[in-house]
Ligand binder design. Structure first.
Ligand code: G3P
Ligand code: CA
Length: 350
């Protein structure tokens, strides 16, 4: 075979294969299906989730991180929920406190203990802001020093405390360590009026939007005001039993897909809890997204922090993203009022 022919085949074959995959995706689910499905479920499209607040520019899952996300205009405040030894629901990602706090200084003998081995009063002695200042000098602020680990109740206060009305996107982290945590979460959100009350103001959303002072974010008033998410299908089954009307999202990564026996198998598993999909961003290919839509499910990818990734994933049909840089995502989607983050820090007094 001549060299020219070989070169032609090397270029042409991948192009043809990609074109076939795109065509296959298009046939499986038309481009607008994700938007339609999201809106039917009462979830904004595209949904922009402030992952651990604005964790790229402020200490994750702390008050300023979530205040900033709310003021910038995130659709959802995302948080990882765990429970202290004395039963307080808190927002914290890791099993241990080493990465995000000064536990080695305050409780050196207990530094490797998991979060559930501390009371909330004990956790309040920790500084959850200074490590961020050290790790991210470009974003460091004196006001971050001494920040506290916050409770789920405080996160709800933040969501309710401004003009914007974001929703809550709550993950049960290591739920096997916390028997009954789903019941505790549902009880708290019921007490706070986020579950069990009829969806308010949905009918008047259009009217509200036409008023000049209407909040930019109204997710609190939509049916999908809360979304429960977990890497544990058992945890999602528990939520399904306790609060069937609250949307659920099954989080998964490539390893879980392989363990389940393939992409269709992991979606089968999600559907046992009537859950939507929350895959790692590495799987945001259109042929996966279209398989998800073809089942009547929506898909939110984690964790997407660069604007070129946002562009690509949006072109590939994602219904939403989790991001540590909600400012970049809002800017990309033309929803950022001011490009100067300092304006927002001033507004939240940090
Ligand atoms: O909730 C989506 C994403 O947060 C899952 O990953 O580890 O950041 O909680 P992780
Ligand atoms: Ca999470």
């Amino acid at each position: 075979m001549r060299l020219k022919t070989i070169l032609f085949l090397v270029v042409a074959i991948p192009i043809v294969l990609i074109a076939i995959f795109f065509l296959y995706s298009y046939i499986q689910s038309p481009p607008d299906s994700g938007r339609d499905l999201s809106l039917q479920k009462g979830i904004p499209y595209p949904a922009l989730m402030a992952h651990r607040g604005v964790a790229g520019v402020a200490p994750e899952e702390t008050t300023p991180s979530y205040l900033l996300a709310r003021e910038l205009g995130a659709d959802y405040l995302e948080g990882d929920i765990q429970r202290t030894k004395d039963g307080v629901l808190i927002c914290l990602h890791d099993d241990s406190l080493i990465r995000t706090t000064n536990i080695e200084e305050i409780y050196p003998d207990r530094k490797d203990n998991t979060v559930n081995q501390f009371t909330y009063a004990e956790l309040l002695k920790l500084d959850a802001g200074s490590d961020f200042n050290e790790m991210h000098p470009e974003w460091a602020r004196p006001s971050f020093k001494g920040l506290k680990i916050i409770t789920l109740d405080q996160l709800v206060d933040i969501a309710e405390g401004g003009i914007n009305r974001p929703g809550l996107y709550l993950e049960t982290k290591s739920p096997e360590r916390y028997p009954g945590i789903e019941k505790d979460i549902v009880a708290l959100l019921t007490r706070r009026g986020w579950i069990g009350k009829p969806t308010q103001q949905v009918e008047s959303l259009e009217e509200e939007e036409s008023k000049p002072a209407a909040p930019a974010v109204q997710v609190r008033n939509m049916a999908g005001r809360i979304i429960f998410q977990s890497f544990s299908i058992d945890s999602l089954h528990a939520f399904q039993e306790l609060a069937p009307d609250v949307p659920r999202v099954y989080l998964f990564d490539q390893e879980m897909v392989e363990e389940a026996g393939g992409f269709p198998a992991i979606l089968d598993r999600a559907q046992t809890a009537s859950a939507d999909a929350g895959p790692s961003g590495y799987m945001a290919w259109p042929w996966y997204t279209s398989q998800i839509h073809a089942r009547g499910m929506i898909v939110h990818y984690y964790t997407i922090n660069q604007s070129w990734q946002m562009w690509l994933i949006h072109q590939f049909g994602a219904d939403g993203i989790f991001t540590d840089r909600i400012d970049i995502a809002l800017d990309y989607f033309g929803r950022l009022k001011s490009a100067n983050l300092e304006d927002y820090f001033k507004r939240i007094n940090y």
